[in-house]
Design a binder for this molecule. Structure first.
Ligand SMILES: CC(C)(COP(=O)(O)OP(=O)(O)OC[C@H]1O[C@@H](n2cnc3c(N)ncnc32)[C@H](O)[C@@H]1OP(=O)(O)O)[C@@H](O)C(=O)NCCC(=O)NCCS
Length: 200
């Protein structure tokens, strides 16, 4: 496997590998972390192992690119990923989760700066979207804080445990990213994104 990694001032983003499963188990065994998700909390290592296998397959197909966020001193801290990739419309969606110890530490901001560089510069995207549950105020505030604009509420957009849920939709356009402070965060690119995501 060719190595692909994005290095920011304190974080490295790279594709997760099977050896990362115990770390993901430890981070996402906390019900607070997975509270708003349709999966989790993890209870056994086979769950993150299966997830990591699915990541590799989705990455090879160019569908979704999930990256492990690794803190230089503290090791793996969470996952951030690009999904709903539309090559034709040059857009995708970002989603992130971090271990509880890393909330409010600046990891979210730096990881978003790195992902924005990936989306807009390396993958040639025009629009980066995101979603939040309107009741998940922390996530909503965090998205606004890294420069995404709240564009509206999509009614009954998501089905979770048999219930229909509204979602907030957010977006950031390439020019807005370039004009904002996150474009100034230095990012060193090692290798190249998986071939299925190569610029058309
Ligand atoms: C979402 C997540 C990645 C954000 O990272 P974070 O480090 O917690 O975010 P930040 O600290 O940068 O920003 C959180 C903001 O919410 C605010 N906040 C914190 N707790 C809050 C609460 N209970 N209600 C409202 N706002 C809250 C913070 O003050 C901060 O706002 P500010 O920048 O205006 O001060 C992280 O909380 C997480 O992993 N949560 C669990 C998974 C999840 O919900 N993912 C998002 C799915 S859409």
């Amino acid at each position: 496997m060719t190595s692909f990694a994005l290095h920011g001032p304190t974080l490295t983003l790279r594709e997760p590998e099977p050896a990362d499963a115990p770390a993901l188990l430890a981070l996402a065994s906390d019900p607070e972390v997975t509270r708003w998700f349709s999966w989790g909390p993890y209870t056994e290592v086979e769950q993150p192992l299966g997830y990591i296998e699915r990541c590799a397959a989705r990455s090879a197909r160019g569908e979704q690119l999930d990256l492990l966020i690794v803190h230089r001193e503290r090791g793996p801290v969470g996952i951030t990923g690009l999904s709903e990739v539309s090559e034709r419309d040059r857009r995708c969606v970002v989603g992130t989760w971090l271990g509880r110890d890393f909330w409010g530490t600046g990891v979210n901001r730096e990881s978003k700066a790195i992902v924005m560089r990936l989306a807009f510069e390396l993958l040639g995207m025009h629009r980066l979207g995101s979603y939040s549950n309107p009741r998940n105020e922390r996530s909503t505030r965090a998205l606004l804080g890294v420069g995404l604009r709240h564009e509206g509420v999509l009614r009954d957009y998501h089905r979770h445990g048999g219930r229909w849920l509204d979602v907030n939709v957010f977006g950031l356009l390439r020019d807005e990213w370039l004009a904002g402070p996150l474009a100034d965060v230095p990012v060193r690119v090692e290798g190249a994104p998986p071939a299925a995501f190569a610029l058309a």
